[in-house]
Design a protein around this ligand. Structure first.
Ligand SMILES: NC(=O)c1ccc[n+]([C@@H]2O[C@H](COP(=O)([O-])OP(=O)(O)OC[C@H]3O[C@@H](n4cnc5c(N)ncnc54)[C@H](O)[C@@H]3O)[C@@H](O)[C@H]2O)c1
Length: 243
């Protein structure tokens, strides 16, 4: 598997699943750019990678801001001339009932989780298509497959959108060597879920997953072992939901 000299961009790279993706990808010899609206966190991840002998950069980005997205991708393309991997992990959730969701709540979750994923992909696709190679991995959710009850309907709808958006982009990217897949985690132990009472009694494997376990699947989808996979939704949920 030849990862050396390649460049990965990871949104939400300052924490949780995105951060683990940054570490795992850099361990393969890939230059990693961690993007996050938590600038300090993104820079700290990059510094840690550099201290371990890798190449990395941490930059601030609000994925909900389309102008910022386009500008940062333009800058990165100028600097590196390539983006081989894009991991769209930036996301927020809301533990909110149907009756409580305001227009602002709806828009905020859609803007970050769905719009952010689309416009990051759109911007990065240009260089991937030019270079005739790319792997995009979007982070969905089991809530986008079965409908969340604890998490808001806005979050479930955004993640269902991510899963289908992935298929559309996969069809578009295929002739250019760009494979696009989703990883849909179940209950994963991260900052996002620290206040959430996740009842693991429904999980056949009997425990929450780790961000590291999710990032293993992301790296797999970036690897040559997944060359014939595109448009798939890979469930990482301990058996919580079986298609
Ligand atoms: N933890 C779970 O159980 C779980 C389950 C299913 C799906 N997911 C999904 O996995 C992804 C990562 O979640 P996590 O659990 O690692 O959460 P996390 O809160 O640990 O990390 C999310 C990261 O995204 C960043 N972020 C938030 N809004 C942003 C914005 N507007 N622009 C740029 N960065 C932004 C945060 O600063 C944070 O660093 C999310 O898309 C989430 O919906 C998580």
């Amino acid at each position: 598997m030849i990862f050396d000299g390649k460049v990965a961009v990871v949104t939400g790279g300052a924490a949780g699943i995105g951060m683990e993706c940054c570490f795992k990808l850099s361990q393969k010899g890939i230059t990693v750019i961690a993007l996050d609206n938590n600038e300090e966190g993104a820079k700290a991840v990059a510094e840690k990678i550099i201290s371990m002998g890798g190449n990395a950069e941490g930059l601030r980005l609000d994925v909900a801001n389309v102008n910022e997205v386009r500008k940062i991708v333009e800058l990165l393309v100028l600097k590196y001339s390539r983006i081989d991997y894009l991991i769209n992990s930036a996301g927020i959730t809301q533990m909110i009932g149907i009756d409580e969701i305001s227009e602002n709540d709806w828009d905020r979750v859609m803007d970050i989780d769905l719009k952010g994923t689309f416009f990051m992909s759109q911007a990065v696709l240009e260089i991937m298509k030019k270079n005739k190679f790319g792997r995009i991995v979007n982070i969905g959710s089991v809530a986008g497959e079965v409908g969340g009850i604890v998490v808001g309907a806005n979050y479930s709808a955004a993640k269902a959108g991510v899963i289908c958006l992935t298929k559309s982009i996969a069809k578009h990217g295929a002739p250019y060597g760009v494979n696009v897949n989703t990883v849909s985690p179940g209950y994963i132990d991260t900052k996002m879920t620290k206040d959430l009472n996740q009842d693991v009694s429904q999980v056949p494997l009997g425990r929450k997953g780790t961000a590291e376990e999710v990032s293993d699947s992301v790296v797999f989808l970036c690897s040559d072992m997944a060359n014939y996979l595109t448009g798939v939704n890979l469930d990482i949920n301990g058996g919580l939901y079986m298609k």
